[in-house]
Design a protein around this ligand. Structure first.
Ligand code: ZN
Length: 152
């Protein structure tokens, strides 16, 4: 099967037939929308294990900055875990997220069953098919914070 995916927020669309790829992601408006091949059902989409994901999140605030960026990318691409705020002790969500990012994540949480959690010191949004999604829910106080920020 084919479809497309936003490389920025992870919004994914599976095409029933051949379809034109939109120029902008409907969720976050990014132009980084790429066609993808959907793997057969049952095949794991993410390579990281639950233990590896928690291991990276436990260490991430201690890493040098360039390695933090690599770790964020690995978590996102191989674990379905998006780091919204690396270290919540150092700043609130309003200081680290742009308005587009904020609304993109809220949309993923509302419409695509993403989770929202604080793991270690990081605030993370978790894709519905991430290995850790069954273990985390929706952190109410962080969701309230996101929703409060998205109000005009
Ligand atoms: Zn997007």
């Amino acid at each position: 099967m084919q479809g497309w995916k936003c490389e920025r927020c992870g919004f994914t669309h599976i095409a029933e037939a051949i379809e034109k790829i939109p120029s902008r992601c409907p969720s976050c408006r990014s132009t980084r929308v790429k066609s993808i091949i959907i793997r057969p059902e049952g095949e794991d989409r993410y390579e990281l294990s639950i233990r590896e994901i928690y291991g990276i999140l436990d260490r991430i605030t201690e890493l040098p900055v360039p390695e933090q960026e690599d770790a964020r990318k690995t978590l996102r691409e191989s674990g379905g875990v998006h780091v919204l705020c690396l270290d919540e002790r150092k700043g609130r969500l309003s200081e680290v997220l742009t308005r587009n990012e904020l609304e993109g994540y809220l949309s993923l949480i509302r419409t695509q069953n993403f989770g929202l959690a604080v793991i270690g010191h990081s605030v993370v949004a978790i894709s519905p098919d991430s290995p850790i999604r069954p273990h985390v829910g929706l952190n109410r106080s962080k969701l309230d914070e996101l929703e409060g920020l998205s109000e005009p």
